[in-house]
Design a protein around this ligand. Structure first.
Ligand code: HEC
Ligand code: HEC
Length: 637
């Protein structure tokens, strides 16, 4: 007995020793969390595994779309060997592919049971999608064939819900997977953002390229999500799942809340629209991925946005009537405590990263000065004191600041301010999103200060795809829209393509360090030398003739090579009018006859900005040598 114990101990010790030598031996979802406090661990579990009850919503979506979007069919195990390639999602390391259908005839990954404290659900086989028993399931009416033909026809045995980790967990640049389709937990980083996610597939199951909705879904850039798809604002503006890092060093701002009080808050989202505090912003996202759907779905016509205008979501009502809201709200303090622990990945710490970094101190100094002159005013959380004003004096302060050895330490590398689209010059689509404005669904989640921002200046000379000789001038409406928050540059070497839309630079689906550097080099060259950009070729255009089915049964025909946003940015109810028997529709019908439809559509476009990789030309005037040095400096972020 004694000897046996001794042997066991030895074995355990040997394992612990091996663990130190090869950290990858810890192969559980808890990898990397060894030093977290119990509170931070609870927060991590929320981030990775908590769905907030959204599985009921996804079931509704499957019914409403008759399977065009159905998480249960999406997790089909037969796709497991190619899930990264086809869907851009991460396979759960604790699961394997099914070798046969389960007792209900469904192909579900086979997963080892992993109990998550206080979170009852199982893995679906995909990281961030969780499986639940469907309380409405009835074995006697169940038919897998009926279900596959139309998920609205019969209740399935499982519901699938989505966690924050589904989009936010991505491959860890410091520990890239050896086999992309079979990653281990230690290949994943909690909040870098899944830069490879192919959201389009989730919204076009069962469709083909002759359907305009397929065209929309499949021109959507990888690594983006259109976060205003449900409760649609009728603007197709998929945006990058950005890394959430360095929260502890992220600046906050004094904003007037909707009740007239003032709070110190972060600006959250690309446009800084979520501005009532981090917990409020996170709860809003839970609603956006399905929480409190019983209430939320009464406020808008999901997906197509045709049947009724959206109404504001009332926080008080949700707190009172929705149990999932209360349960989730109680978890937000822990979740924030966890997110505060997430630091950016540095190239110097990545395997083989060294070979991309210069040791030439003069080059780095030159790059730092270029950064001070051209970039730091927006891309630094260390800012001059209030008494240093004027461009010249501020620049001098930054020139001094960047030479200090600790300038980059704990620097969020963003002022975190909202800058107008006319100042930044990048594609306007995302900045024009209206869901957080007065009277719209997220009105209560944006501050009064946000809603009272002055309208941005007119943007002139936008490319006109209908009449290229007649550029478009567009004046953003007021009410809060028209701004982009400066993003952090911390860890930027690992997250190209750039910009809110992942619109600048090469996408290569390669999470290795070499792959990330290839994407970074392409994006940064295009950033600093705008003449290298794709320009008109960066527009999202249809790959063949397609049709959009309207509610009336009429099928709108759309030619090959049409900019997707020409149709997808039109107020949906107006688009529907096209074939109802109204004066307008007859008028439009007359114009279609004369080939003038596109012109009419263009005038009704809510964000008539088609070129994806334009703008942000702040390096103009720097010499090539300065730009090269600046790149070397940025690689150290
Ligand atoms: C379907 C994909 C998806 C899921 C699921 C998702 N997010 Fe996000 N998240 C995004 C995208 C896209 C952005 C960038 C959106 C933007 O800024 O407009 C983002 C950004 C964020 C940001 C940071 C924005 C900033 O200002 O830096 C936070 C915080 C965040 N999400 C929290 C959450 C929480 C909490 C959940 C779970 C309830 C969640 N997300 C689930 C796609 C997703
Ligand atoms: C006036 C403020 C401002 C200045 C000056 C500025 N930027 Fe930016 N930068 C922004 C904003 C705002 C965005 C977001 C634009 C978007 O996503 O459409 C951005 C985006 C970026 C991105 C993409 C980040 C990502 O996550 O995709 C990089 C890289 C970048 N800037 C680098 C620089 C460099 C290098 C300089 C100096 C040559 C610079 N910026 C100067 C405001 C600024």
């Amino acid at each position: 007995m004694r000897g046996y114990r001794c042997l066991l101990l030895l074995l355990l010790l040997a394992q612990a020793g091996a663990g130190q030598q090869y950290p990858e031996k810890n192969d559980s979802y808890e990898y990397g969390g060894e030093n977290l406090t119990p509170q931070q661990r609870a927060g991590r579990n929320t981030w990775y595994f908590w769905t907030g009850g959204g599985e009921k919503f996804w079931r509704e979506v499957a019914k409403l779309t008759h399977g065009v979007t159905d998480l249960l069919q999406y997790v089909d195990s037969r796709r497991r060997p190619e899930r990264f390639k086809l869907l851009g999602v991460l396979n759960d390391p604790d699961c394997t592919q099914a070798t046969q259908p389960d007792e209900y005839g469904l192909w579900m990954d086979v997963c080892k049971p992993v109990a998550i404290p206080s979170i009852p659900s199982e893995s679906s086989g995909i990281v961030g999608l969780r499986k639940f028993k469907n309380p409405k399931f009835d074995r006697f009416t169940w038919s897998v064939d009926k279900y596959m033909a139309d998920p609205a026809s019969v209740e399935p045995p499982y519901l699938i819900g989505m966690t924050c980790g589904f989009c936010h967990i991505g491959f860890d640049p410091l520990s890239p997977p050896k086999d992309i389709e079979n990653p281990r937990w230690y290949n994943m980083a909690p909040a870098i953002g899944n830069q490879y996610f192919h959201e389009g597939t989730l919204f076009s199951l069962k469709l083909n390229s002759k359907d305009f909705r397929w065209q929309v879904a499949n021109t959507q850039p990888r690594g983006t999500s259109d976060t205003s798809r449900f409760a649609t604002d009728n603007i197709f503006n998929p945006n990058a799942i950005n890394s959430v890092v360095h929260l502890a060093h992220r600046p906050s701002h004094s904003e007037v809340m909707n009740d007239g009080t003032t709070s110190q808050v972060h600006y959250i989202l690309k446009d800084g629209a979520d501005s009532i505090g981090t917990a409020g912003a996170s709860l809003r996202v839970y609603v956006n991925i399905g929480m409190c759907a019983d209430y939320w779905l009464t406020l808008h016509d999901p997906i197509y946005g045709v049947k009724k205008p959206q109404q504001p979501f009332r926080i008080d009502l949700a707190r009172k009537d929705c149990e999932d809201w209360r349960a989730t709200e109680a978890r937000m303090v822990d979740a924030e405590a966890f997110l505060l622990t997430v630091n950016p990945a540095l190239l110097k710490d990545a395997p083989g990263g060294d070979k991309y970094l210069t040791k030439d101190a003069d080059v780095l100094r030159r790059g730092a000065l270029a950064f001070a002159d051209r970039c730091a005013t927006c891309h630094s959380s260390k800012q001059p004191p209030a008494n240093v004003t004027g461009d010249e004096a501020r620049r001098a302060w930054f020139r001094e600041a960047v030479t200090k050895p600790d300038f980059l330490e704990n620097n969020f590398l963003s002022d975190d301010q909202r800058h107008s689209v006319s100042e930044i010059g990048t594609n306007m689509g995302r900045a024009l999103a209206t869901n957080a404005t007065q009277g719209h669904v997220w009105e209560e989640f944006s501050s009064r200060t946000y809603k009272q921002q002055p309208p941005a200046d007119e943007v002139k000379g936008l490319y006109n795809p209908v009449k290229p000789g007649r550029p478009i001038d567009f004046k953003p409406p007021g009410g809060g829209v028209g701004y982009y928050r400066t993003p952090t540059l911390a860890g930027i070497w690992a997250t190209a393509p750039f910009f809110h839309n992942n619109g600048l630079g090469l996408y290569n689906a390669d999470p290795s360090v070499d792959g990330r550097m290839a994407a970074f080099n392409d994006a940064i060259e295009k950033l600093l030398w705008p003449e290298k950009r794709l320009g008109l070729r960066s527009m999202m255009i249809t790959s063949e003739d397609s049709e959009l089915p309207l509610e009336s049964g009429y099928r709108l025909k759309i030619r090959k090579d049409t900019p997707v946003k020409l149709i997808a940015n039109i107020n949906a109810p107006e688009l529907q009018l096209l074939r109802n028997d109204t004066f307008l529709s007859r008028l439009i019908g007359w114009m279609i006859g004369r080939g003038r439809l596109y012109n009419t559509l263009l005038r009704r476009n809510l964000a008539p900005d088609f070129v994806e990789d334009r703008g942000h030309t702040f390096a103009t005037g720097l010499s090539d040598e300065d730009k090269r040095a600046l790149i070397e400096y940025i690689k150290t972020f």
